[in-house]
Design a protein around this ligand. Sequence first.
Ligand code: NAP
Ligand code: G4F
Length: 344
Amino acid sequence: MTRRALITGITGQDGSYLAEHLLSQGYQVWGLIRGQANPRKSRVARMMSELSFVDGDLMDQASLVSAVETVQPDEVYNLGAISFVPMSWQQAELVTEINAMGVLRTLEAIRIVSGHNGSRHAGSSGQIRFYQASSSEMFGKAAETPQNENTTFHPRSPYGVAKAYGHFITRNYRESFGMYAVSGILFNHESPRRGAEFVTRKISLGAARIKLGVQEKLHLGNLDAVRDWGFAGDYVRAMHLMLQREEPGDYVVGTGAMHSVRDAVRIAFDHVGLDWQDHVVIDPELVRPAEVEILCADSSRTRAELGWEPTMDFPELMRTMAESDLEHVAREQQYADLLLAGVW
Ligand code: NAP
Ligand code: G4F
């Protein structure tokens, strides 16, 4: 039987990589789409013609019940969220509604459609399996380095606090109702599809624009922050592997290598042949009210139990993103030139 997956957050970075991965494994894949004319739907639809869509919103319980009823999934991946940390200080209530309550609503939708513990039919052992996109941001002011599945949480942003709720409610539904519900505690992962508001893509795009004469300066905040950055395409494989285990459990996913924002700047600017010190401006407005200074994953359990390994290191990731943005900016320039010349 063809397995069926429902992905919330299909229009985001991870949603597209996960859908590609699941389609390559022979799944039928549905993406949850919110809004009456979501402009990002056509972009992801163009990438994968086999993808199906179902309407719904993490703010709306009934829409999630309807989506689960329509799709009848074997696996549900909850990737939908407001994922940009600074926004969570400006719109804390909205972020809590989507990133925390949205997890509860999705778990409830599974229970409402398929019974107490997610079994699809009375007496059936085939449960709907649930993956929650937890975050290393929950470690926040980290109690130890590197961080593993047992490290205490000390979130530093409303985003991190909401993710901690999502994490614990997922574990609670597993323990209370026997649901197959797990969280992947994922460290930062990036790609050419990363939103331009996140620091790696802001840097790769900024370096490309400066190189091609579209921008002069790149404004950044704290260059000393340290992250464990990996490639998004690697991380979605771990999400899928977590739902294939006999026993459900939570796993930390990261590379185990630490780099600073300054390293990211240096690698990207070197790649395009520029000296970053000529172009980067420190902007105090971009420094956060409470910073997460250092994150680094201890993924030894994930590697041992899931057999997962990352394929791309950080320098290669930054160079790949900078190269992709050079092409992207050059295409935009060609398009603008054609528009000016009246060709389009
Ligand atoms: P992303 O690119 O920002 O995508 C977020 C997705 O959430 C978008 O598809 C967005 O859809 C959707 N969404 C937002 N509000 C929604 C709502 N009310 N109902 C339904 N969908 C909604 O994020 P990402 O990088 O792919 O990350 C995926 C997940 O992993 C997120 O939960 C994030 O918090 C978590 N995470 C990410 C990282 C990382 O480094 N990337 C690390 C740890 C955890 P629209 O098109 O409708 O806006
Ligand atoms: O790229 P960032 O915005 O990612 P952040 O805050 O670590 O969050 C990402 O990873 C989390 C996993 O730990 C996810 F849960 C979350 O959804 C998201 O995907 O910022 C990284 C670092 C921060 O320390 C920030 O202060 O870069 C620093 N930074 C310095 N200048 C900047 C900038 N960040 C941004 N976005 N923009 C700057 O100009």
